[in-house]
Design a protein. Structure first.
Length: 271
């Protein structure tokens, strides 16, 4: 007598859908994840704790964060909670540019200068202090056009370059540039690539940056109010025309500035 084959596959197919674990929501690198709640005590990400803002925990996901699971933590009404999200693959548009070699290639001396300047700027990302801002931030120009090509993967003269870590806004030279929130000027510099630039510390690890200025109207250590004039749009540094490069880092993460210029309720949200 022949043995009857087991039909395990059929058993699996008959399991109710509710028995299968739900896939964690997918989020884009360079975004900010919002987890609202009541009686929030602290929020946590990667071993770091920080205070909630506006009735929610906000978790920055760096532009270059590897695809894969990411655990969010918080304490609410004395109870520790976690949520999982999945960081998706880097899916920003590919931008191909052809530029004069003098705007792209660096001599050994210029490369050494860029490395020194990047090291000096990198020390800013560890700054801490009381939060001095609320969301949304104010736009860095009175009239802010759409777009900015944040995250664009750039291929310049056939060579792949680092993705665009800020938003670019075309404007006439001399257009006023404004502080996005209250803060203190952390650095004023004239660097090879970003030209005349200003970095403003808004506390809680949030820094905004304003590049390619034609003039700077602040000094390091100045206390600024939201909307205060930082400088003016220009074409300093390695650029092809006048525009404002507006970037920000929050707790070290490179984020799309447009996300913080809109209502927090529009951010990717978990429950």
């Amino acid at each position: 007598m022949r043995a009857r084959p087991l039909r395990l596959a059929a058993c699996v197919l008959l399991l109710p859908a509710a028995a299968l674990p739900a896939a964690p929501p997918r989020v884009r690198p360079g975004t900010l994840v919002r987890w609202p709640g009541e009686a929030l005590e602290w929020c946590g990400l990667g071993g770091r704790r920080f205070a909630p803002l506006g009735g929610a925990c906000l978790y920055p996901v760096d532009l270059l964060h590897a695809a894969g699971p990411l655990q969010l933590q918080r304490r609410s009404a004395g109870r520790d909670e976690t949520r999982m999200v999945a960081v998706g693959p880097f899916d920003y548009p590919l931008q191909r540019l052809t530029l004069p070699p003098g705007l792209v290639e660096l001599s050994p001396e210029d490369q050494a200068r860029v490395e020194r300047e990047n090291a000096a700027v990198g020390r800013l990302w560890a700054r801490e202090g009381p939060r001095r801002f609320a969301l949304p931030l104010a736009p860095p120009r009175a009239r802010l056009p759409k777009g900015g090509r944040f995250g664009s993967r750039r291929v310049i003269n056939g060579r792949r370059r680092s993705p665009h870590g800020g938003a670019d806004y075309a404007a006439e030279e001399g257009t006023p540039v404004l502080a996005a929130a209250d803060g203190v000027v952390a650095m004023v510099a004239d660097h090879l690539l970003p030209g005349r630039c200003v970095f403003v510390d808004h506390g809680d690890g949030l820094l905004t940056m304003y590049f390619h200025l034609s003039r700077v109207d602040v000094a390091e250590g100045d206390e600024l109010k939201q909307g205060a004039r930082v400088g003016a749009v220009g074409r300093s540094g390695r650029v092809t025309g006048p525009h404002l490069h507006f970037g920000l880092r929050w707790r070290g993460a490179r984020l799309d500035p447009d996300l913080l210029l809109g209502p927090p309720q529009a951010l990717p949200t978990v429950r």
